[in-house]
Design a protein around this ligand. Structure first.
Ligand SMILES: Nc1nc2c(ncn2[C@@H]2O[C@H](COP(=O)(O)OP(=O)(O)O)[C@@H](O)[C@H]2O)c(=O)[nH]1
Ligand SMILES: [Mg+2]
Length: 195
């Protein structure tokens, strides 16, 4: 099932013509484009990426849900190109290459920058972590990555970590189902009359 359809199945009842926006971020080479391609249907493939010199941004829309992916570097010189998405996103997919042990410390720094960002810090935006490339022999388990990134300390946002193999699609659907359920919950909470 394609991304958009899966989201719509869960969100349909509660949506009031609102645009849902999902950000897919992670270091370069973590597997973001592969994940996007897995979910895109053939019709979407022709819309694909907006090449920006020196920087990768991909954007596509499916049934009222917009997906934007970029190579995340919180200190990068292109941050102004994507930072504005933080304010409006309804959910974040954070992709990690589990076989890239050398860069796990960089991932940790980038995650810290994201969590401390003024437009994210106080918002209850759900974060789905993909411990991608689980098929690689030297891949760290999702439990080890969660510990390495100190995910337990995230206490004001729902989060989940799923092992995935973006080449085969293994683990992707579970993760996305979790994210959609969380987005729906956050939206319902927002719509409560006394809040
Ligand atoms: N073994 C393996 N390779 C993957 C997986 N996901 C992506 N790759 C490969 O990793 C490389 C980088 O993937 P890409 O999607 O371009 O990463 P991006 O820079 O985050 O968009 C490509 O050669 C992919 O084929 C995975 O789950 N397992
Ligand atoms: Mg890419």
């Amino acid at each position: 099932m394609v991304f958009g359809k899966m989201f719509m199945k869960i969100l349909n009842k509660d949506r009031r013509n609102k645009q849902i926006s999902i950000l897919i971020i992670g270091l370069n080479n973590s597997g973001k484009s592969t994940i996007i391609n897995y979910f895109k249907n053939k019709d979407d493939r022709k819309f694909v990426s907006v090449p920006t010199i020196g920087f990768n941004v991909e954007h596509f829309e499916n049934q009222g849900i917009s997906f934007t992916a970029f190579d995340y570097s919180g200190q990068g010189r292109y941050r102004n190109l994507w930072e504005h998405h933080f304010k409006t996103c309804n959910g974040i997919v954070f992709v990690i290459d589990s076989s890239d042990r050398m860069r796990l410390v960089v991932v940790k720094d980038e995650l810290e920058l994201l969590l401390q960002h003024r437009d994210i810090k106080r918002r209850r935006v759900p974060i789905l972590f993909f411990a991608n490339k689980m098929d690689c022999i030297d891949a760290l388990s999702s439990v080890k990555i969660a510990a390495g990134l100190n995910l337990e300390k995230i206490d004001n946002k729902p989060w989940q970590i799923c092992s995935s193999n973006a080449l085969t699609g293994e683990g992707l659907q579970n993760g996305v189902q979790w994210l959609t359920a969380q987005i729906r919950e956050c939206q319902q909470t927002k719509e409560l009359p006394h809040e």
